[in-house]
Design a protein around this ligand. Sequence first.
Ligand SMILES: [Zn+2]
Ligand SMILES: [Zn+2]
Length: 349
Amino acid sequence: MAPLHVLVCCQRGLAWIPVIFINLVVCWSYYAYVVELCIYTIPNTEEQVIYLVVFHICFVLFMWSYWKTIISKPSNPSKAFSLPKAEKEEYEKEERPEAQQEILKKVARSLSICTCTGSGAIRYCNRCQVIKPDRCHHCSTCDKCVLKMDHHCPWVNNCVGFSNYKFFVLFLAYSMLYCIFIASTVLQYFIMFWTNQLPDTHAKFHVLFLFFLAAMFFISILSLFSYHIWLVAKNRTTIEAFRAPVFRNGADKNGFTLGYYKNFAQVFGDQKKYWCLPIYSRVNVNTTRGSMWHTFLYQRSTSTGLKRLTGNAAHVDNFEFLWLPSTICLNMYLNKLNCTQFCQVSANQ
Ligand SMILES: [Zn+2]
Ligand SMILES: [Zn+2]
């Protein structure tokens, strides 16, 4: 056991190398820009101040979203998705796959699930021993089931999914902003050093490298960022883009889409003022009316089948609605259900 334990520890340690690499590059870029460019190279004080202020705004937003992506723990399915003790024993004793499916179907009836495997079976993770909620996938690197898993990203040494997708997309956006700001402000000094209009000092090396690195990172991140904006607009994860989720009526790559605005709100929150900040703003609570209807991920419309209930969830065709008297109840309910997505709140009183 001991050598295995050491191996696991080594693997975990090595996984931080890309994160350390990114941080070292960022630290160097900070030194090169602030000290070598702004302090040693730029002669004009006004220009120095403007560059330094804008640079620090970009730097803070970039680092903030980057570290939020790293430190946000991936959300895992709640206990509600584990098999109850009796069913679990029954499932383990049973060897016939059809009989095992029957056990899973019985348990899944009380859960909010509408996707299945390609063959129509309940999605079950043998490793975590849970029924997979919609959009949940097992990550082999984390060795856990992750809610709304997008991909496992080595550059943040974390799973990108329900808990940090907003932060990840903002991290891409702000890293691009950071790079394009550096490249565009360094360009004129890059040309001056290159054409020997400025004396050969140690700043020359830093400025030349700063421009090349910023331009290179900007171009490489641009394609990834564009792809993720497209995914957000379509309400798909990277996994779903490669393999369409299967619903009762078959595979549907657009199965989760709610229209562009709601798709963006689902990731960035429904309060627009927080869209650009790496903080949560997912639930828009209409406190003035004291109650709300909350719809979950697979509901594509709120216009039909509304049914008022008090404190309980109900299934109305493909829709599930819940009446809750307060935000606290909503949070308690979400924690209990471990919903992978929730998309819209509208008052109904
Ligand atoms: Zn799993
Ligand atoms: Zn992972």
